[in-house]
Write a protein that binds this ligand. Sequence first.
Ligand code: ADP
Ligand code: 5GP
Length: 201
Amino acid sequence: MSKGFLLVISGPSGIGKGTICKRLFERNKDLVFSISATTREPRRGEIDGVNYFFIDEEKFSEMIKNNEFLEYAHVHSNRYGTPKRFVDEQVERGEIVILEIDVQGALQVRDLYPEAVLIFLIPPSLDELKRRIIKRGTETEDDMKIRLNNALKELKYVNKYDYAIINDELDDAIKRIETVIEAEKLKSKRFEYNLDNIKGL
Ligand code: ADP
Ligand code: 5GP
């Protein structure tokens, strides 16, 4: 018996957050993914309501006004936000909810949900990060520059997170995250104490 909690995964663009989250869900059916809203255009293959809720500026502003976001931020050249109601309902049900969000959002979550667990993914090197962004090939030259420039700023926030995990070998990084999740589940503060669950008492 364990209480639900938020697991924030951040890290610079191209570090492998999307790849890692996809694999985490394939391997751990009990994890729940929070789908963010964004004003960014969908990339090839991205599906509305699966990868993101793709919305326009007007709708985004309306959601802010109606207090529908748990957190939101301007990232790179667009706006991104976490719809609040879904996340709260899932945590209430005892689920572990993954938020793949940027540093600004993570710091807001840390203040609002002190029980949240924050993981920062680190590149093995800046050159490797560049190679990964280029390999993905979804950004224009200008957008790639913005993302690399922001990466340097974001990396300075690593100490605000609970865990720092280097994404060198994909399988190793995933296993380290799973280790964190298992340990966090066992934290005594998350244990729902019920004498009926303890045999022999
Ligand atoms: P993010 O979601 O953080 O922006 P992506 O998941 O889109 O990053 O990954 C960017 C690129 O890096 C993709 O082409 C992905 O296949 C590759 N990648 C992710 N993790 C690794 C890794 N550990 N080793 C090599 N390439 C990786
Ligand atoms: P991308 O455009 O590559 O999908 O995401 C760009 C950045 O926005 C990434 O750092 C990603 O983690 C972040 N992001 C995605 N969704 C959210 C969100 O709901 N809130 C915040 N603050 N950042 C988000």
